[in-house]
Every structure is written in structure tokens, then in C-alpha cells.
Design a protein. Sequence first.
Length: 169
Amino acid sequence: ESGEVLGQYENDFGDRRFYATGDTLGTHLVSQILLGETWSNPSRQAGIDEQEFKFQNFPFLCSDGFTLFFSAQGPNSLGGRDIFMTIYDTDKGEWYEPQNYGLPFNSTANDYLLAIDDLDSLGWLVSDRFQPQDSVCIYTFVPTNPRLDFANDNLSDVQLQHYAKLQSI
């Protein structure tokens, strides 16, 4: 792969990593596996279309080894960059169609990184919402399981915007 390595995630075992590579025209996610003392060749992520999900970056693989979060400009984005989630389909050997992770994790600003520590029930969200230019804020939160879905609640735009705002830091 050519281009500069951008955001990178490496698992706790140190034998699998995901990172973004590319340039100002576009980036995409690749992964590598440690084979002995050598990393495999970078492999693009089948099922994550770089034309549909532009400027992919900041990957995070959950402890289950199958759930991947990443940031991109994609379908149904609320702002510049949004957080997307996908799950690996072991039968097909590719990722399911990524889904926008929704509110309040995504906003009209740029949302860069979502990471969840399942063991300690703690999460981190990196976003530039409510920040001066060239600054980000790292929010910590307690993940809820299952996530709430507002699609069938017939909420107004004002109500949705309220849910999208983080009220306290």
C-alpha cells in the first residue's frame, strides 16, 4: 500500500492491526496479521466500499474481534465525519454493510473515534463538536446495552438535535 499511515488500532495481543492509508484524495482501511515476527501484507477490508465511505480512518475493533467502528464521510452522515459500525461475516469473509452509529455519537460536527472497553464498561468518543477550530474533545461515557433506537419514535428534528447534544462534559 502506498500513502501515509493514519489512525491505527492494534489489538491487546499485538497480533492484529487495522489502520487507514491513503492521501488527500481518499483513505481506506487495511488490516495486517502478525505471522511469527513479520506482519502480513496489508489487506483491504472487503465489504467497506471506499467510494461510499470516503476518508475512512480511526478504526477500533471491539474485544469480540468481530465488531469494527471507524470514522468516515458516508451515507446518512450528520456532519463532516461520522462513526460507522460493521460486523465481520465469517461465512463470506467480509464485513457487513457499515451502518451509521447514530445519535449522540454522531453530530453535525466531525466525530473521529469511538472506542469501547467492554470489560470496564467504559467508552470514549473523540469529536470536534463545541470545540475551537483544530481542537477535539475526548468524551467518556458508560455504554448502554442494547442501544436505543429512535427510528420508530416519531421524534421531531428538535428532539433529535437535543439527543445529539452532549449536555455535560
